[in-house]
Design a protein around this ligand. Structure first.
Ligand code: HEC
Length: 236
C-alpha cells in the first residue's frame, strides 16, 4: 500500500470513529434510562402523555413551534434559564424518555416551553393560551410570535346558544362567536401538560457538579453513581 492510501485510510477511520461515537456513545449513556418509580408517591416519572395532549404534540411538531421555541431548560452553568423562570432546575434526559418525538427545538426566539404548563397554572390558563395563539399582539404590542388565527373558527350564533369555550375577543363580528378547533384544543392540552418539575434523584446526582476539591484528595473526573466506581483512587 502506498503512502497516499495509508493517509486516506487513516483519515477515513478517524472520521468514521468520531461519527460512530456520536450515536453509540449517546445510546450507551442514555439508551438505558427508565422511568423513576417514586415509592413514597407510588408513581412513575415521567408520566405517560396520552389523549389530547399526545395529539397536541403532533400539532406542535406540524406547526413548527420548535423553530422558535426550545424545550430544554439549561442549568446555571450554561445560561440564565432558571433565573428567567423557565424552570426550577435544568432539564434532565430522563424527562424525555416517554416522548415518541423529542421536540428540543432549533432556536430560542421565544421563551423555552419545557415548563410552560407550570407557568400557566391558573384557572383561566387555557383561555390565556388560546388568546395568545389567536393574536399574540393583543396584550403585547411588540409581540414577535406569529398569529395562529387559523386554529379558530368563527361560527354564526343564529339559532344557537353561545359555546362554553368561545373566546372573549373584541374582533369577532356581532352575531358570531370564535371557538378553538380540535387542533387548538389538543395543542393547548399539550402545552398545559409540559410541567415536569419532579427532581429525579439519579439525574440530580449526575448533574450536580462535584464538590470543590479538598487539599490532598483526588476526585473522580465524572460524577458517577456511587456504586459504579470507587470514588477515591489511591494516590500514586
Ligand atoms: C417566529 C417565531 C415563533 C413561532 C413560530 C412560535 N412562537 Fe411562540 N413565541 C415567540 C416569541 C418571540 C414569544 C414571546 C412573546 C413575543 O414576543 O411574541 C412567544 C411566546 C409564546 C408563548 C408564551 C410563553 C410564556 O412563557 O409566556 C407560548 C405559550 C408560545 N409562544 C407557544 C407557541 C406555540 C404553541 C407555537 C406553535 C403553534 C409557537 N409559539 C410558535 C415566537 C414564536
Amino acid at each position: 500500500m502506498n503512502r497516499a492510501s495509508l493517509v486516506f485510510l487513516g483519515a477515513f477511520l478517524a472520521l468514521l470513529l468520531s461519527w460512530a461515537a456520536l450515536p453509540f456513545g449517546n445510546a450507551r449513556g442514555y439508551g438505558g434510562l427508565a422511568a423513576h418509580v417514586d415509592d413514597t408517591e407510588n408513581k412513575a416519572y415521567p408520566a405517560r402523555i396520552a389523549g389530547p395532549a399526545a395529539r397536541g404534540a403532533l400539532v406542535y411538531a406540524d406547526l413548527g413551534c420548535a423553530y422558535c421555541h426550545t424545550q430544554q431548560v439549561r442549568g446555571d452553568a450554561d445560561g440564565a434559564d432558571v433565573a428567567r423562570h423557565w424552570g426550577e432546575r435544568q432539564s434532565y434526559a430522563r424527562e424525555y424518555i416517554r416522548e415518541p418525538r423529542v421536540l428540543l427545538g432549533a432556536l430560542r426566539a421565544g421563551p423555552d416551553l419545557r415548563n410552560v404548563g407550570a407557568r400557566y397554572n391558573t384557572a383561566d390558563a387555557a383561555e390565556r393560551l388560546y388568546k395568545l395563539l389567536y393574536n399574540p399582539a393583543a396584550d403585547n404590542q411588540t409581540a414577535l410570535m406569529p398569529q395562529h388565527a387559523f386554529l379558530f373558527e368563527q361560527r354564526s350564533l343564529e339559532g344557537r346558544q353561545p359555546s362554553a369555550n368561545a373566546l372573549k375577543v373584541s374582533s369577532v363580528r356581532s352575531g358570531f362567536e370564535l371557538v378553538p378547533t380540535e387542533r387548538a384544543e389538543s395543542l393547548v392540552a399539550y402545552l398545559l401538560s409540559l410541567k415536569d418539575t419532579y427532581d429525579y434523584p439519579e439525574e440530580k446526582r449526575l448533574n450536580t457538579p462535584p464538590a470543590p476539591k479538598k487539599e490532598g484528595s483526588h476526585q473522580a473526573s465524572e460524577p458517577k453513581p456511587a456504586a459504579a466506581k470507587p470514588a477515591e483512587a489511591p494516590k500514586k
